[in-house]
Design a protein around this ligand. Structure first.
Ligand code: SAH
Ligand code: SF4
Ligand code: F3S
Length: 487
């Protein structure tokens, strides 16, 4: 019996035990919304510039899909594009500054070619201050639309052709989940799949709950149908996307993230299932056991900790303590001794003392993460942390960041050094970006491996012996071409 069937039985039984009634929800069908758009992009080109997280990257694939259905073709050269779109990120200030710099530099191009349509979408578009700034300082932007309005792109393009003024279409709140959106995925091996939108956590430094709205899960059957379609198209690896994937299903009250993983694990043709991002909160033992049990679900967990100090964690509103986090890591490692753990860390949060920062360093030493994304705290308008006193001076923030990076690099290198002479399973993704004679792939634990091999290995799982570990990647030699071969 498939896990999906077991899942139905499970919800039935749980229903008998007065479980909350599953939410009856219908999704909106994009095809019904977009049927009148036609080929307004015939003979025209588009260029999308994407910032931010994988969710934004995937949104770009969806918008590219819609544009191609309208007849547009992609161009890598923005100078020859008829539509230039900035899909933006608001999580830190420097990304925002870059976008405005680029929009400023496009003014002469827009003057030369008034037919050119300029668009700004993504998380920045949700911010009132950004909308006001565009209206006042960058009026040559033609359309501004938010993260909840993605599916309206065809209609907005149509309106932009006939309008002299900037069109603002930013819903403050999310509407229904829209299904059947076209997607132009980049490569043929790995694919992103949205499972959940938004975030309910309101960490005091973070803008995401304001830009992406509340948590909404896609229906399990819609996600599984998409994964099956991807398998049929030849994709080997999927990454399930959400801000807090382990909260998946809470709003639907019928199943949870572990059930979704188990159902995806049944899809034939898919070799690997990744997911990101997990929040330490609500990472249940059922989920740990499911990841350990499902052979396609990789043993790599991105588990942002943000800080190793309890006072800072409380002021960040993270909802867990250092001790809770360390215990969770212990439970995960007990079930999966070879698990790879990566994390996100913020330094220089308002009021962070040297002692509190040292608690972060000691947590990093204790956990020994495989890798960490490290950030200097960036104040975001409208978030509670901007009102906290005692902002840490920039020089001190930079100093802490460097010490953290040095420590993490040392640990990453030590962990990778242990891989020397080990034979690892690698899903081959393509040629290396810098050398076409070298193939690039990844281990289940998400480590990049480079090795010499024939191009027809792309899409296959091969065995590679590691000869030269480095801090960020592993170099190796092909041992065998299929994973079944004993080594
Ligand atoms: N939902 C994910 C994080 C998404 S944002 C989670 O909770 O784990 C990605 C990362 O950006 C966060 O983990 C955090 O480390 C960082 N980040 C978010 N807001 C920030 C800010 N104001 N300043 C600096 N870094 C920030
Ligand atoms: Fe931001 Fe916190 Fe939500 Fe992550 S969990 S997106 S850090 S508010
Ligand atoms: Fe940035 Fe929005 Fe993602 S703020 S990190 S693009 S959810």
């Amino acid at each position: 019996m498939s896990d999906l069937l077991q899942l139905e039985d499970f919800t039935q039984q749980q229903g008998d035990m007065h479980r909350p009634t599953p939410v009856e929800r219908e999704s909106v069908d994009y095809r019904a919304l977009a049927k009148n758009v036609g080929q307004i992009g015939e003979g025209k080109k588009y260029h999308i510039k994407t910032y931010g997280c994988q969710m934004n990257e995937h949104d770009t694939e969806i918008m590219a899909g819609m544009l191609e259905e309208m007849g547009y073709k992609s161009t890598p050269n923005h100078e020859e594009a008829d539509f230039i779109l900035f899909n933006t990120c608001a999580v830190r200030e420097n990304a925002e500054d870059k976008v405005f710099g680029e929009i400023g530099r496009l003014k002469p191009l827009k003057n030369r070619n008034p037919e050119l349509i300029l668009g700004l979408c993504g998380c920045m578009a949700q911010e009132k201050v950004v909308q006001e700034l565009v209206a006042k300082t960058y009026p040559w932007v033609d359309i501004v639309f938010g993260t909840h309005n993605l599916h309206q792109l065809p209609e907005l393009m149509d309106r932009a052709r006939n309008s002299q003024e900037t069109i603002f279409e930013v819903w403050e709140k999310a509407g229904d989940v829209v299904e059947n959106l076209p997607k132009l995925r980049k490569e043929g091996i790995r694919a992103w799949v949205n499972i959940q939108y938004g975030c309910n956590k309101f960490c005091t430094y973070c803008i995401v709950p304001y830009t992406r709205g509340r948590e909404r899960s896609r229906l399990l059957e819609d996600v599984v149908a998409e994964v099956k379609e991807l398998a049929a198209q030849g994709y080997k690896e999927i990454t399930l996307l959400g801000q807090n994937v382990n909260d998946y299903g809470i709003d639907l009250k019928a199943y949870d993230f572990a059930d979704l993983l188990a159902a995806c694990n049944e899809v034939e043709g898919i070799e690997r299932i990744r997911f990101t991002t997990s929040n330490p909160w609500n990472f249940t033992d059922k989920l740990i056991q499911t990841i350990a049990r499902c052979e396609k679900v990789v043993e790599h967990i991105h588990l942002p900790v943000q800080s190793g100090d309890n006072t800072i964690l409380r002021r960040m509103n993270r909802g867990y303590t250092r001790e809770f986090y360390l215990d969770l890591v212990k439970r995960i490692r007990a079930a999966m001794p070879n698990v790879s753990l990566t994390t996100d860390i913020i330094v220089g949060f308002p009021g962070e003392t040297e002692e509190q920062f040292l608690n972060t360093l000691s947590l990093v030493e204790e956990v020994r993460f495989d890798g960490a994304y490290t950030f200097i705290y960036s104040p975001r308008a409208g978030t509670p942390a901007t009102r906290f006193k005692e902002q840490v001076p920039e020089a001190e923030q930079k100093n802490r960041l460097q010490r953290l990076i040095d420590l993490q690099n040392e640990i990453s290198r030590e962990i990778n050094d242990l891989m020397k002479n080990q034979i690892l399973e690698v899903l081959v993704e393509g040629e290396s970006k810098t050398n076409s004679e070298v193939l690039q792939g990844r281990t289940p634990t998400n480590k990049i491996v480079l090795f010499q091999g024939a191009r027809d290995l792309v899409g296959k799982v091969v065995q590679v012996v590691i000869t030269e570990p480095q801090t960020w990647l592993l170099k190796g030699k092909l041992v065998s071409e299929t994973k079944e071969v004993a080594v």
